[in-house]
Design a protein around this ligand. Structure first.
Ligand code: AMP
Ligand code: MN
Ligand code: MN
Ligand code: MN
Length: 276
């Protein structure tokens, strides 16, 4: 059985390992097919591809695009994308463009709550200054001793209704799917179990995703509990979507799932790679 991990992050976005260190770690964990899927960024792919060749694993060129749909922030993973495609490149650049201003506003919000220095503090954790994001702020808050770990940050800060949250308008679902298709890739609805929406709204999202040409959903992800896996396996079958698998690994010891350490896809799912 081939070991797939089709979702993870490097220092090109909010992971802590360089593309080189990430691919080497994946290989040592037994991953045979790895997709690097940095947020709104392709800059890590060249190094990842070269190292994958060195260590003898297959690298799938990926990206995780932030979108806004019906007031929710949703993530869509593109896999097997051509990193030279100008439509995808321009789209991702425009999505990255709003992050600096959002970061300033997040820092202002935190300062108002009595936590100064967050902007500089967060940027210190950003390997890619264009990709400043909430995870960098989370690591700053842990370093400062405000909360004990990154997971707790996302319960007490930086999310809707909590200090440091700033609403943001990302690309549309349709735009993300157009960019991915232009670059010859397949689109995957990332970690559906994480979105705070009821069952009917989830079905609306899946039906729009399918209608707009979406290919797959992440059934097995580091974000799903064991009882969420069969729920999304059933929805994949019902909406005639393929199924993908990814750890969403960001950092050793940060509480997320390890590279390649994932349960098998339920057999009723059609794996995305059956189309490769
Ligand atoms: P951003 O794109 O700047 O809004 O940041 C989103 C990132 O924050 C995600 O990709 C995760 O890395 C991190 N994140 C969001 N929610 C959580 C959570 N509940 N636990 C851990 N990390 C989270
Ligand atoms: Mn992330
Ligand atoms: Mn995500
Ligand atoms: Mn991710």
């Amino acid at each position: 059985m081939t070991v797939y991990d089709l979702h993870c992050h490097s220092t090109a976005s909010d992971g802590v390992l360089s593309p080189r260190a990430l691919v080497e770690r994946a290989a040592s964990m037994g991953v045979q097919v790895l997709a690097l899927t940095d947020h709104d960024e392709l800059a890590g792919l060249d190094e990842a591809r070269a190292v994958a060749e060195e260590v003898g694993i297959r690298l799938v060129q990926g990206v995780e695009i932030s979108i806004t749909w019906a007031g929710h922030t949703i993530h869509v993973v593109g896999l097997n994308v051509d990193s030279d495609d100008p439509i995808l490149g321009r789209g991702l650049a425009s999505n990255r463009g709003g992050r600096a201003e959002r970061a300033r506003r997040m820092a202002d919000e935190l300062a108002r709550m009595g936590i100064p220095g967050a902007l500089e503090g967060a940027y210190k954790f950003a390997g890619n200054q264009d990709l400043i994001g909430r995870t960098h702020f989370a690591r700053f808050l842990v370093e400062r001793g405000v909360v004990k770990d990154v997971k707790t940050v996302f319960r007490k800060f930086l999310v809707k209704g909590k200090p440091g949250y700033v609403p943001h308008q990302w690309a549309s679902l349709e735009e993300a799917l157009v960019w991915i298709r232009a670059a010859g890739g397949q689109s995957v609805l990332a970690h559906p179990g994480r979105y705070q929406m009821g069952r009917e709204k989830m079905r609306l999202l899946l039906s729009e995703f399918k209608h707009l040409g979406g290919d797959a959903i992440e059934v097995v992800t580091g974000s799903h509990t064991p009882d969420q896996v069969p729920v999304y396996a059933d929805l994949a079958v019902e909406f005639d979507l393929m199924a993908s698998v990814g750890s969403d690994f960001h950092a050793p010891g940060e509480g997320g799932r390890e590279l390649g350490r994932l349960p098998a896809l339920p057999t009723r799912c059609r794996p995305l790679w059956s189309a490769w």
